[in-house]
Design a protein around this ligand. Sequence first.
Ligand code: DGT
Ligand code: MG
Length: 335
Amino acid sequence: AVNDSEVTPFSVPGYACQRRCTLENHNAVLTDALSLLAENAELSDEDGRGVAFRRAAAVLKALPSAVTNMSQLTGLPCLGGHSLRVIKDILENGTSSEVESTKESERFKALKVLTGIFGVGSKTADRWIREGIHNLQQLRDSGQTLNRAQQAGLEHYDDIKQPVSLAEAEAIRGIVGRAVASVSPEAQIVLTGGFRRGKLTGHDVDFLITHPEEGSEVGLMPKLVSWLESRVSCHLQNVLLICDVIFLYETTASPSTTERRWRAVRVDLVVSPISQFAFALLGWTGSKLFERELRRWAGHEKGMSLSSHALYDNKQEEIFAHLGLEFIPPNERNA
Ligand code: DGT
Ligand code: MG
């Protein structure tokens, strides 16, 4: 047993947006467990519980070394009783019985498989499960009506499930970059999402596109989509766009084969006017919890509203106060 006198309690600020958190994680066993419970809560429409587990995991991700003793956690924010029980279970037994039984539960497994289909959310998956559909074969056999996104998602299920590598993201950056340049030569494209945070893999590739001249970004998205689609009909065939987001691209074929190889990848394209670019870039870089915490900080600590479009002061009067002026209502500003 660790002597309590050797234990140094950790200390971290309460909001994730006050903490620097690299991809180096000294507590992956604990954070994987809490993330799984978060995922299960989110898939079960219990968003509050989901956020609580995400916040707890984020605190552990920010620690400078591995937790070895519960007493190190004294005074840390965001660690509720439930998360602490899970952590204690893992520190004492190597695993958490709750996490293990969740992982093995038929419902969780079915929710994971079905929501793993692009275009299928937890509500649809839940309805299918209640109708006895637990896997892809049962879904195919069921005769359920699928929308276009879901059909593509089902067709490319294995590809999309496979993580996207940084090299693939960069290859797609090249394809989308050429498309953007040909529909709007001045437009700029930036890789956002997890890859901008230094991740080496992702579940998709996120791009933010803007134009240096305000207003010139209008209509860019449909042009971009049809340019990408036209490549297919032109038989250039190194790109195929379905439902704006599923992308098939040619992987580098090994020299020994002339066979074309294709891979479906999820791509998220966002167009922003240059006036909102900074907010869009901040908003689409993530992580999701970091974004949520930024908005919570803005709202609770500063009385402001942050979105991927703007930062608003919730009380207009406060702008006057910040400027040291008495508030003048709009009808009295007719100077
Ligand atoms: P990944 O793709 O698994 O590596 O992880 P990320 O961090 O790239 O996450 P992703 O692709 O789901 O989303 C990228 C960021 O974009 C995310 O951290 C927050 C933001 N984001 C995602 N979906 C939405 C949305 O519907 N609206 C807004 N405003 N932002 C979103
Ligand atoms: Mg992403």
